[in-house]
Design a binder for this molecule. Sequence first.
Ligand code: SF4
Ligand code: SF4
Length: 420
Amino acid sequence: MDTGLPCIHCGLCLHSCPTYRELGSEADSPRGRIYLMEAIEAGEQEFDAPARAHLEGCLSCKACETACPSGVDFSARMDKFRPRLAAAHRLAPGRRAALLVTRFPLLLKIAARTARLLDLLGLERLRRLLPGLGLMPGRKRKLRASGLTIGSPGKRSSGLRVALLQGCVGNAVAPGITRDAREVLERNGIAVVDVAGQGCCGALYAHSGDRERAAELASHNVRLLDAAGLDHVVTTVAGCGAFMREYDSLLAHDNLLSGAAQRLAGATRDVSELLVEAGFDPPMHPLTDIGPVAYHDACHLLHGCSVAEQPRIITRAAVGREPLELAESELCCGSAGSYNLEQPSMAARLGRRKAAALGASEASVLAVGNVGCILQIEMHARRAGIDAELLHPVELLARAYREGPSPAAASSRLSKIRRR
Ligand code: SF4
Ligand code: SF4
């Protein structure tokens, strides 16, 4: 694995790092972690519990890569080191639980329904304090997708054929996002093909140091999706999308699949990214009555995929005005895959920090392009007594389409007006 250019130890990445910002210690910064890994590899530093804690504290948020002027590939360095971390001790219970739900998403559906029941009994405040259940979506987020459909395509076919990555976690707790993404894409003339048998993208395994299992899962998806003859694979979960863009390096050694992996990595798009790239119809009646709307950058969209402008464009079209910028929008909220389950203390510090920024913005809706961030920020917002609604930009766009006239109705009204 190519780990990129050498670190010149300039320190320009330090303030972009959430753990450095919280703890202020060099050992919990990107530069400190690079030093530590180099010293351990050179046999100059013991691979002891404190050293492991500094490395395991990394959220893999990639913010340091965006900040680094020397192009240091921090993630590649960490990924190379992770099997060593994983071998040093058994996986944290939180990560084991997260890996379990990638195999059995039904467990997550049961947890989401249990959380909903507790909320209906008026126990949401208590439930938000419970590990695992506290992260489940609140009553405002429907567990079943809305029965309302968006309507017929508003523009002629784009000629694009895409598949939506079903995802394991996101689809179990927030199926409405996938459903809205499908309808919005179809509404804009993009054909969505069902590709049955898709599995977990493998990101959680790679971040646990199990690149072998991650490669197995990636190979399965590459075979399946490449054979479907698609223009793009579309994701609504930033972490999955960022990892799929790495399938080419993950499977570079595989003579049979490396070409297909490269194609798939190049064809992966976030839903906002594709809508902007292909062109989308702005809704005729934006959601002007929902109060101030802010936008938060999910790390894996911003730092992992360089997707910053497109979700803002979608949000702006949906609500008819510029979304507010959340203070420290580029700083990780503490979700980071299964980080909030395995490093609950640091994750909670970052979650509280994000909730405070949301409260200060006075937004009543926060748009976020990643379900993990939605759950994490919602939990900390509720704990802080903040009632803002957390929505994916594509959910906002779908809502604006649904609440306005259908394109067919609008064009018939237009032709009636013209006939008069
Ligand atoms: S990772 Fe990049 S920004 Fe950070 S110290 Fe090294 S060279 Fe500087
Ligand atoms: S990936 Fe994120 S948490 Fe890890 S060192 Fe870089 S900025 Fe810090």
